[in-house]
Design a protein around this ligand. Sequence first.
Ligand code: DP6
Length: 356
Amino acid sequence: MNENDFIFKSSKLVSGSSSWESPSNIALIKYWGKYKNQLPKNPSISFTLSKSKTITKVRFRPKKKDDINNYSFLFNNSTKQSFHKKIDNFFYEVEKYIPSAKHHFFEIESENTFPHSSGIASSASSMSSLALCLMDFEKKSNPKISKSFFLKKASFLARLGSGSACRSIQGPVVSWGQSEFYKNSSQLFGTPLKKIDKVFKSYQDSILIIDKQEKKVSSSLGHKLMESNPYAENRFFQANKNIDTIKNILETGDVKNFIKIVESEALSLHAMMMISSPSFILMKPNTLSVIDKVIKFRNNGSVPVCYTLDAGSNIHLLYPKKYINKIQTFITNELLEFCQSDEFIHDEVGIGAIII
Ligand code: DP6
């Protein structure tokens, strides 16, 4: 499929509403480096989460003469000017693929199930839920659209808002980016993996909030820094290799090798930031203390828990469901002291967005 396959032209004026809740996702193989309109420099793969979600409601109607803008936006019932640039850009891109959106007004209301100031990136869940609502808008004038095309185009549109958002539409494990190892993989949208061992379908993700502040380096800046990073090509090569290796791991339930690859990916992402110019250290001392404890806990016992990181200081602990009690005790006894306000979020792998 190419970009033109996603253009839907219609001159119909429609009214209606739509509500979707869509989860966040945690990358196992990281997307870091992009070109053009959010096309990834390397393929990535993620677990779709289930509890950390954004709920978005959109009401749409034909635009009136006195509508200056073509949308209004409320986040947790309040205006949120800081989100407008991202939404403006998003609509600019969306109108290329649903041109009739230009002639409509969209009233958008959004809220997250996780605290906004938890340092957890919400762009994946918010952009994917908004993209799904816009697909319901398209569906009003295009009622015969198939379910599979609906989801593909929702992922395609979500990507235009935030790259990683294209992996949040479906679950439990989604790849994004062309790879010879994954049939049906595409640069343009996320594709759920068909064959996943059952252990990974119920994997747990305990998110330890090390620092609640908003990220000091935006992902967009991080991606941009890869353009001048002297190790960029090696990193893209490594990610492609890891995408190949993790396929078999996910299919066979090879938890031991899962740990190796996932932790190496997290550290590689942070290494890229340390070596960029300007350089950034995104971990906090408490991030390292937790990593140290996790490795010792794993080596001393028989719990196959591993960590991964986003482009920030918070830690995601990933482990099979049967260890949930042991990990909860470990977190309470040994890790909470490193979390800001003793905060953590208990999440798990999920199936993707749902209509409400
Ligand atoms: C470290 O998707 O947030 O979480 O496309 O600029 O919106 P934009 O970036 P974004 O980058 C995510 C980076 C990451 C790794 C990942 O999720 O793959």
